[in-house]
Design a protein around this ligand. Structure first.
Ligand SMILES: [Zn+2]
Ligand SMILES: [Zn+2]
Length: 267
């Protein structure tokens, strides 16, 4: 029995003797099946040619896999006086990476923005001491490896530590969520996954129903995301890929981005 991992999205599946017949996440209209056809690996196999890399991105620890594997996202560590939260996840767990995280304080929970970043989250939870994995109820159907550590949460917000709040935004996925991280003496941060995608100018974000298939969100969905974030104070936005961050006036940048997006898709 093996936990097979989809080569395209790097999501790990429940134990099975044979690889699953397809990957529902990649067969979905928001993703795609790779040109060479559906393929499978295991974490053990991919660990031979990949490593977990930790980088400091302007004061926020980023955890990614190199060379890039699957969708290529990196996770982020929200560090607080009451413990830390691993935001989103990567498909490889190594002893060295776990040790490096533990040296920065107890990781109390993992929270995942949406199904594209489920990756090896059950393995990460185990490696960090069977910590809870927060997934919005709207993404329940996309969990490919059920695990007792998974905590489905409903509603619009969920506080998981005194300074860490999950915010349900919808949009890209019904359960798409972001993480608000309150900091002392530094700007608060929105960890955005790809619910809001920081774009290359690092001054704006954009929104898509499907990024690889270039399929925009409608006005209602974008207004819903903006409305969900409105009550929160934040100065920085970190989205899902290496170096994609807005360091100054993040809240203003989101407001300006929403405005120009809605203008662009208007009649
Ligand atoms: Zn897949
Ligand atoms: Zn996605």
């Amino acid at each position: 029995m093996t936990h097979f991992m989809c080569v395209q999205c790097a999501v790990q599946f429940a134990n099975s003797d044979k690889p699953p017949s397809s990957c529902p996440i990649c067969s979905d209209e928001r993703q795609y099946v790779r040109l060479g056809g559906q393929a499978w690996t295991t974490m053990e196999e991919m660990s031979r040619e990949h490593e977990v890399v930790l980088k400091d991105e302007d004061g926020v620890l980023s955890i990614g896999v190199e060379p890039a594997f699957g969708i290529g996202q990196r996770a982020l560590l929200a560090e607080t006086p009451n413990g830390n939260v691993l935001w989103d996840c990567v498909p490889l767990v190594t002893g060295a990476a776990v040790k490096a995280l533990n040296e920065r304080g107890k990781v109390k929970a993992i929270a995942i923005s949406h199904p594209h970043f489920f990756s090896a989250v059950a393995e990460w939870s185990k490696a960090l001491g069977d910590i809870p994995i927060y997934i919005h109820d709207g993404n329940r159907q996309w969990v490919m490896r059920p695990d007792p550590a998974i905590v489905f949460w409903g509603g619009e917000t969920k506080s998981i530590l005194p300074d860490v709040t999950l915010i349900h935004c919808g949009g890209h996925f019904e359960g798409s969520s972001v993480c608000h991280w309150k900091r002392q003496g530094k700007p608060n941060v929105v960890l955005a996954g790809d619910t809001l995608q920081v774009v290359m100018d690092r001054k704006h974000v954009s929104f898509m129903y499907s990024y690889p298939n270039v399929w925009p969100l409608n006005a209602r969905a974008v207004k819903r995301i903006a409305g969900a974030l409105e009550p929160f104070d934040y100065g920085q936005v970190y989205s899902a890929f290496w170096n994609m961050r807005i360091l100054d006036d993040g809240k203003g940048a989101v407001a300006r981005s929403v405005e120009r997006y809605l203008k662009a898709i208007a009649d």
